[in-house]
Design a protein around this ligand. Structure first.
Ligand SMILES: [Ca+2]
Ligand SMILES: [Ca+2]
Length: 378
């Protein structure tokens, strides 16, 4: 058996270079009760190891059809199981039904960049603590595998079905040279994990996975691993949709910033506007969510929001622009349950530029939102 690691930065850099040439984007969307944040992702956002290679579009070949191969693709950032997720993929598990092996596992673990034993372990065995969803195409009798292809929910790097959380569920032969749709949905409010193969639910698991499997740790790295052993198959994955919810509580100012903010210091928000833009874009949500958390955690405090515009057009237009922007911010907080009475707006237009000398080129500096917290009872 072989254990492979993401061994060096050099390897990562080479993989990145290789991947960049072949990008097709997916949308990654975070949302929770309206806290939506999206970014564009593609296969470049996965760190490959072992025999895994990008094969174009959103697809990665995890193993070539040779004996004793192993490959994995790990998403670069952790996800938070205190939020929900939806993953939809197409899988190719090879063309050889009788003599093909071994399958793949979707693995979740708090540790970054470690892949487990290959062969019958499919890159999952030995990973602890962990959760694994296996699609197994080879019967290992000593692991209590059924002879049919099967899906099971595994824990702590154990591929023996005696330790299953759920399954094994027999599925129709998937080593048929075709793409098969796999969907994995996690609903954090219901603590429900649901797995669909070719549109049909094949596995459902309801449990507080964060507490039960990960002892309270909710931030997890996830990836897909595959392996071959004395028998082999070509195994590929194509990512179609990845959607993650990020819990509001994860947006926080640094404790030092919180101290200054609650003391009443003026704080420039880290949000940029394109010229004439008044609506919020999704990349502005994380910063506003930090403010939102502080408002929620400190109900005695009120917030002053100062809008400043640059001198790009006329003073009137600049005033209106800064007013519209802070009104939208007030509405954002109000949509999340913060009374508009707690948010005080000052539109200053272009009256107080940070850089007076070069207003045309100081757009980003002069266009800004400053905030200040205060407690009206003190
Ligand atoms: Ca097996
Ligand atoms: Ca099969």
């Amino acid at each position: 058996m072989l254990m492979w690691f993401l061994s060096s930065n050099l390897l990562r850099i080479n993989i990145r270079k290789m991947v960049w040439g072949q990008l097709v984007f997916l949308f990654l969307v975070f949302h929770d009760h309206g806290w939506t944040q999206s970014e564009i992702i593609g296969v470049k956002d996965f760190v490959l190891s072992g025999d895994a290679v990008v094969i174009g579009d959103q697809c990665i070949r995890l193993t070539p059809p040779v004996d004793w191969a192993g490959g994995s693709a790990w998403y670069r950032d952790p996800i938070d199981l205190k939020g929900s997720f939806q993953m939809e993929m197409d899988l190719m598990l090879g063309c050889d039904d009788q003599g093909g092996a071994d399958g793949m596992v979707f693995a979740f673990t708090p540790y970054q960049g470690i892949t487990g034993y290959s062969g019958e372990g499919m890159g999952f065995s030995g990973l602890r603590p962990s959760l694994g969803l296996e699609i197994d195409t080879w019967e290992n009798e000593h692991l209590l595998d059924p002879p049919e292809d099967h899906i099971a929910l595994l824990q702590h790097g154990l591929v023996n079905h005696g330790y299953n959380l759920k399954g094994p569920v027999k599925i129709p032969n998937v080593e048929d040279c075709n793409l098969h749709k796999l969907a994995i949905y996690w609903d954090h409010t219901r603590h429900e994990l649901s797995v669909l193969l070719d549109g049909k639910e094949v596995l459902n698991y309801q449990e507080d996975i964060v507490e039960h499997i990960f002892f309270g740790e909710s931030e997890l790295y996830w990836g897909v691993t595959a392996a071959t052993g004395r028998y082999h198959n070509q195994q590929e994955i194509c990512f179609r949709k990845l959607e993650f919810t990020r819990p509001l509580a994860s947006f926080q100012f640094h404790p030092r910033e919180v101290k200054l903010l609650l003391k009443g210091n003026v704080f420039p928000l880290d949000i940029d506007y394109k010229k004439s833009q008044t609506i919020l874009s999704e990349d502005q949500y994380p910063e506003l969510n930090k403010v939102l958390n502080l408002l929620l955690e400190n109900p005695a405090y009120e917030l002053v929001v100062d809008g400043h515009a640059d001198e790009f057009t006329s003073p009137d237009a600049n005033y209106n622009l800064s007013l519209q922007r802070i009104k939208v911010i007030q509405q954002y907080f109000s949509d999340q349950g913060i009374s508009a009475k707690r948010i005080h707006l000052n539109a200053y237009g272009d009256k107080y530029p940070v850089d007076k000398n070069d207003p045309q080129n100081a757009y980003l500096k002069n266009t800004r939102i400053d905030i200040r917290f205060y407690n009206p009872r003190t």
